[in-house]
Write a protein that binds this ligand. Structure first.
Ligand SMILES: Cc1cc2nc3c(=O)[nH]c(=O)nc-3n(C[C@H](O)[C@H](O)[C@H](O)COP(=O)(O)OP(=O)(O)OC[C@H]3O[C@@H](n4cnc5c(N)ncnc54)[C@H](O)[C@@H]3O)c2cc1C
Length: 388
């Protein structure tokens, strides 16, 4: 029976020493003031290229990152495989949006798509569209398409070429690829390209996956439009559901720019929206494949239950549960133990390049209600169980 409180299964992948380290780490990042100080320090370190590896590598990096390179992640991949969990390697460097930075990210993401080819332990490839262009261009292309200058039109065409090159390579390698969702002001341009790529590459199975942030109150109608389009044009839509990571920034931007808040009115409304999207997708699996990314226990329970009610096999290849490396192992490992398809996002990049990602994880663990408390409770319970 699925039980997210089963700490023996949840932490079967961790040695006693690793449990103690994780406990120390989560005890430390539960203090928002400490995370704020770390954020300021890391921003300065990035600006002046100060090496922080000595402090970050044995702590945050070890908990949340697979390594510096694809090859470095092999150990994590093998480790997760042992527990029936697949990896999704995510190049998480948030480098400057210069032509050189964009080129380097493009080439590394291509390598990650090749790395996944034919590897049954890698569930998906993934990319963040903003890392292969600039924020300014994405925002302008989404919000004021008609006002792009000739130079900007050229830059957008180059962005589109890079985007489609990822999808084409994924298709050629028979690897599924997730298009991460980002700021509201970028998303229209990203959705448009993702829809186009799905029509082109998802004829036989879902290769390209759109990400829907269900904290947005306009995402249910978008999901219904995707389904209608998939039926009409005869393809399999790939959909990845998350709640959304940028709520505070979105509300602040909407207030500043004077447009309606795109986010659901409260947490309950987001949860209802999320549940409705997952249910709708499972009810229409004739034209969908789904990736559910969440650390919310109830959402994971609901989907597991829904599959059982509908007589859908736990390992149906159309449905994946997903969490981030180093978080909510109680969900990932217990689901995998019950035979569900589970993948962990495994970020990789050099320490200084991945700092913004790590600070976001630390912030998330202080701000997401109950997350750190839950991790600590689980770790303490497992340490006590082993002592007995
Ligand atoms: C595998 C994976 C991939 C991810 N990929 C992406 C991605 O591509 N893009 C992205 O944006 N995020 C992504 N995320 C992060 C995700 O969007 C959430 O920020 C994070 O997972 C926390 O949500 P939850 O469902 O896990 O947990 P919960 O604790 O149940 O939900 C917290 C979330 O609820 C929402 N929320 C909280 N308070 C309110 C409120 N007052 N009103 C309205 N909504 C509220 C916010 O979205 C908040 O992040 C990913 C997460 C995972 C696990």
């Amino acid at each position: 029976m699925l039980d997210f409180n089963n700490t023996e299964i949840a932490f079967s992948a961790k040695t006693d020493g690793e449990l103690q380290n994780a406990k120390l780490l989560f005890s430390t990042i539960q203090y928002p003031w400490l995370v704020k100080c770390a954020k300021v320090a890391s921003n300065i370190a990035i600006k002046i290229h100060f090496p922080l590896a000595w402090a970050v590598k044995p702590t945050l990096y070890k908990q949340f990152v697979g390594g510096e390179t694809l090859q470095d992640c092999t150990k994590t991949i093998e480790h997760l495989k042992h527990f029936n969990v697949k990896s999704t390697l995510d190049f998480s460097a948030e480098s400057e949006q210069t032509p050189d930075g964009i080129k380097a990210t493009f080439e590394e993401t291509m390598r990650s798509i090749d790395f996944a080819k034919g590897n049954p332990n890698l569930a998906y490839a993934v990319f963040k569209p903003s890392t292969i262009t600039t924020d300014d261009l994405l925002a302008k292309a989404s919000e004021k398409r008609g006002e792009l200058s000739i130079e900007e039109v050229k830059q957008f065409r180059e962005f589109r070429d890079r985007f489609m090159a990822f999808c084409q390579r994924a298709y050629d390698n028979d690897v599924r690829i997730l298009v991460d969702a980002e700021d509201y002001c970028f998303q229209d341009a990203i959705d448009e390209l993702t829809d186009e790529a799905m029509r082109k590459f998802n004829k036989k199975r879902a290769i390209v996956f759109a990400t829907l942030q269900m904290y947005r109150h306009d995402r249910m109608p978008y999901l219904e439009r995707i389904y209608k389009d998939a039926v009409e044009k005869n393809y399999i839509a790939g959909v990845k559901f998350v709640r959304g990571a940028y709520m505070e920034e979105e509300r602040a931007r909407a207030a500043k720019m004077g447009y309606p808040d795109p986010i659901c009115k409260d947490k309950q409304a987001t949860d209802d929206n999320y549940n409705a999207a997952v249910k709708y997708t499972v009810d229409h699996l004739d034209h969908f494949e789904m990736f559910m990314g969440t650390h919310n226990e109830e959402s994971n329970h609901r989907l597991a239950k829904l599959l059982d009610e509908k007589g859908i096999a736990h390992n149906d290849p159309r449905i994946f549960f997903a969490q981030l490396l180093g978080m909510s192992d109680n969900i990932s490992f217990n689901l995998a133990h019950e035979g569900y398809n589970v993948t962990k996002y495994v970020p990789y990049a050099k320490v200084n390049d991945v700092l913004p990602y790590l600070i976001r994880r630390a912030e998330e663990n202080t701000s997401v209600a109950g997350q750190t408390g839950r991790e600590l409770r689980m770790l303490r319970a497992e340490i006590a169980r082993r002592k007995k």
